[in-house]
Design a protein around this ligand. Structure first.
Ligand SMILES: [Zn+2]
Length: 191
């Protein structure tokens, strides 16, 4: 039986992470030498894109891990653990705290470097200390002068679909009046 056929059987022809039934293909868990069913999962295009590109992660999509992290299949457990580590939010920390992984599987999961240096992890927080995620919406809590232009972003302006600065946890980016600007986290409130 081909690997794909075996995966279809194992998953019931559904994405093993989110349950989607369309655009499915094999996904080999990266950074692991072992090959075979143990390190391959059946996943949809949306999940695969976001597993391959941390910048494209939509945290809400991964609420599905609430269910799939309990999978009996190692490849699914490994990717669930990695994705939970990539999304810095209260709910992902809660799920990680509940997740059970055998020692050898956890080792494999860590091979990608996810979950390392937990204490150095950048966590972006708004003025109230609420964790900000990629794609969140915020409002400005004061008028902000935009560097390098005469523009002032007004207090109360809503900024949708923010991006987090990977190097500095006090910076986020967002679009105001069609212009991409850097905003300091203490001047925003999550909505
Ligand atoms: Zn999926």
């Amino acid at each position: 039986m081909s690997l794909e056929r075996e995966l279809q059987q194992r998953s019931g022809s559904k994405c093993e992470l989110c349950g989607n039934e369309e655009n499915l293909s094999e996904y080999a868990v990266s950074d692991i030498k072992e090959n075979g069913l143990k390190t391959v999962l059946y996943a949809c295009k949306t999940c695969i894109e976001q597993m391959n590109d941390a910048d494209s992660i939509d945290p809400n999509h991964w609420r599905c891990l609430n269910d799939s992290m309990w999978s009996e299949h190692d490849a699914v457990k490994i990717m669930a653990w990695r994705m939970l580590n990539r999304i810095k939010a209260d709910w992902t920390q809660d799920l990680l705290g509940m997740m059970y992984m055998e020692e050898d599987i956890l080792e494999l999961a860590k091979a990608s470097g996810d979950g390392e240096d937990d204490e150095n992890k950048l966590i972006h927080r708004d003025v109230n200390g609420v964790i900000l995620e990629h794609g969140d919406s915020v409002v400005l809590i004061k008028d902000l002068k935009v560097k390098g232009s005469s523009m002032v972003a007004k207090q109360g302006t809503a900024v949708r679909n923010i991006r987090l600065d990977h190097e500095n946890e006090t910076y986020i980016e967002g679009r105001v009046d069609g212009q991409q600007i850097v905003i300091i986290t203490e001047y925003v409130k999550k909505t």
